[in-house]
Design a binder for this molecule. Structure first.
Ligand SMILES: C[S@@+](CC[C@H](N)C(=O)[O-])C[C@H]1O[C@@H](n2cnc3c(N)ncnc32)[C@H](O)[C@@H]1O
Length: 274
């Protein structure tokens, strides 16, 4: 369950988000730029991290799932293929276009936006796969996301998400030497990619992703900031947003590196035990 996200690059500028929601964060270029969204899945094909989420959906008998920050829709399509009713929401239109082109996509409801712009729904389960929880760098955006998600759950419905344990300092591995890959992508050619850490300040970690397209030598660079929140802080933020924290688990594919939160919208307002 450990994944990265990246952002702005020369010639790729964040788009205003006022058309779709009140959140201040903008989708990263790697998700919002068509050329980068198109190669996202090819550059990160190992999605065994999603197995834990599939297992959680089965554990709680979820029939309807809201996937916040669905990106290119891999998880949403996986669940839809298993017969679940799935809504995927993401502010990055280019990623949604990749998602919509997938074979199972017609069975998914795709929404352009975020958790603060959802239509009324009563989902059994909400998910944030791929460390989506870390893209919300301000307290305000995180709180608004938790509240919007809670309102989209049925009473008793659950929110499950992962986030990296700051104590494990994952960013120390975000160097060119340790992250460089070369991938042959059909229709695109060889793409070289690496990440390089550019700053660590308190809980905020900023890094650059570099993409070199070998067919024409073009280079796209992309910068991103992720927030590494402490476990207690996450639990408090969930409680403040109206959830009961049922469990904090280990990520089976990254033992010891991440927190997997299982939070529940209480069945009765004001009574978290129900
Ligand atoms: C690392 S990707 C994970 C994508 C997908 N969940 C997966 O597992 O492949 C992070 C996703 O968060 C999305 N995102 C960024 N800001 C967001 C926001 N305010 N609300 C919801 N999603 C957001 C990005 O567009 C991107 O698709």
């Amino acid at each position: 369950m450990a994944r990265n996200s990246s952002s702005t690059s020369p010639g790729i500028h964040p788009r205003p988000r006022s058309d779709i929601s009140g959140l201040r964060s903008v989708p990263d270029a790697i998700f919002a730029h068509p050329q980068l969204a198109r190669i996202y899945d090819s550059l990160d094909p190992d999605r065994r991290d999603l197995e834990a989420y599939v297992a959680v959906a089965a554990e709680f008998g979820a029939r309807s799932v809201l996937d916040i920050g669905c990106g290119t829709g891999t998880f949403a399509c996986l669940l839809a293929d298993r017969g679940l009713s799935v809504t995927g929401v993401d502010p990055a239109m280019a990623s949604l276009e990749v998602a919509r082109a997938k074979p199972e996509a017609d069975a998914v409801r795709w929404l352009h936006g975020d958790a603060t712009s959802l239509p009324p729904m009563q989902a059994d389960l909400a998910t944030m796969t791929g460390n989506v929880a870390q893209v919300f760098v301000t307290d305000e955006d995180w709180a608004a996301t938790l509240q919007g998600t809670c309102a989209a759950l049925r009473p008793g419905g659950r929110l499950v998400f992962e986030t990296r344990d700051p104590a494990k300092q994952a960013w120390l591995g975000w160097t060119r030497e340790l992250t460089r890959t070369c991938t042959e992508i059909p229709g695109v050619g060889v793409v070289e990619k690496w990440e390089e850490l550019t700053g660590v300040s308190d809980q905020l970690v900023t890094f650059r992703s570099v993409f070199v397209f070998e067919t024409d030598g073009s280079v796209l660079t992309s910068e991103s900031t992720l927030r590494f929140r402490e476990r207690d802080e996450l639990a408090s933020s969930l409680t403040a947003a109206g959830y009961h924290v049922d469990d904090v688990r280990d990520a089976p594919d990254r033992p010891g590196l991440e927190f997997v939160f299982i939070a529940r919208r209480p069945a009765t307002a004001g009574n978290p035990g129900t």
